[in-house]
Design a protein around this ligand. Structure first.
Ligand code: HEC
Length: 295
């Protein structure tokens, strides 16, 4: 066990600074990484929100502008391809995924008409949290899977009375729909029930990697800075404390051997100067005492 009081001034100072460095490094790295991750999150969230809002904008257009026109043109025949916002958005999402592979949009659903909309295990977990009330309406965050890191936004999908003519009792559902999707899944939903989540994924590998790179750079700069501070402090201790003390020791040694012409000289005007002044007074008293003895 090292005892600080037995260490030389320089060693104990350097050791103290090293301990401060080692203790502060994890704290600084932790705080910085949180800030960098927040930045990466903001950047990813911006992209995810853009994709989500674009898709929801298309749905508003389909429901508000397109469907009434199609309904008027063919009142008896309402092709899903022209009237179902869910169908159209899934098709658009497929097209987007072809060019921007890591971007995806999905109406993740526990029991869907179209198997392509089936929720995966993470989506199922979040949908169940929406259902139990542990999450309210929206969840955002980073997720990781075999393909890398993604940023996801999930918004709960709630059934309304109007949905039940297609998703309620299969007996009253449109025949064309039953022909395409069968009657096994996507039915018997309840009014007010949460059945799924509108979900977008955007790639987050690059922003997370950038955050990690910036963190490494920060750690290097912090360490170099500390090393420089330790080196400068060491120099200052040598110049301002150790050298003057060594000079005082030499002078005191010489005076003790009778060389009374030697002076305690200190350039700086600090505590060591005060010590030197006290030594000088002591030397004068000694001289006087010796003069009296000689007489
Ligand atoms: C006119 C019939 C109809 C109505 C009304 C309707 N849907 Fe659908 N819905 C469909 C069809 C058809 C699909 C399958 C689209 C596809 O192939 O992706 C679907 C798909 C979905 C999906 C994706 C999961 C799945 O089943 O494939 C969700 C979620 C959904 N609908 C929710 C709703 C909600 C909520 C409402 C009411 C606000 C509603 N739907 C009203 C016909 C309808």
């Amino acid at each position: 066990m090292i005892k600080f009081k037995n260490l030389k001034l320089r060693t104990s100072f350097t050791l103290t600074m090293l301990i401060v460095y080692l203790m502060s490094l994890p704290v600084m790295v932790g705080i910085t990484y949180q800030a960098l991750l927040k930045n990466a999150e903001k950047e990813s969230m911006g992209r995810a929100e853009l994709l989500l809002n674009t898709m929801l904008g298309v749905r508003t257009y389909v429901g508000g502008t397109m469907r009434p026109v199609v309904d008027e043109l063919s009142p008896d025949q309402k092709p899903i391809e022209l009237t179902s916002g869910y169908y159209i958005l899934r098709e658009i999402a497929d097209n987007i995924a072809e060019t921007a592979k890591e971007y995806s949009f999905k109406f993740a659903t526990l029991s869907p008409l179209n198997p392509a909309n089936k929720a995966n295990s993470l989506e199922t977990e979040k949908i169940n949290e929406f259902r139990s009330g542990r999450l309210s309406k929206e969840w955002k965050g980073f997720i990781k899977d075999s393909k890398g890191s993604f940023y996801a936004i999930m918004q709960s999908i709630k059934v309304e009375a109007g949905c039940l003519k297609c998703h309620g009792d299969p007996n009253i559902a449109p025949n064309e729909q039953k022909k395409i999707y069968g009657v096994n899944e996507g039915y018997n939903w309840k009014d007010g029930e949460i059945v799924g989540a509108t979900t977008v994924y955007v790639p987050a590998n690059v922003p997370i990697q950038n955050a990690k790179k910036a963190l490494i750079l920060f750690s290097i700069i912090y360490s170099v800075f500390f090393l420089l501070v330790i080196m400068v402090l060491d120099r200052l201790i040598i110049i301002n404390i150790i050298r003057p003390i060594e000079r005082l020791v030499v002078t005191a040694d010489e005076i003790s051997r009778g060389k009374m012409d030697k002076e305690f000289a200190v350039l700086a005007n600090n505590e060591i100067k005060t010590l030197a002044n006290a030594f000088t007074r002591m030397k004068l008293s000694l001289q006087k005492a010796m003069d009296i003895l000689k007489k």
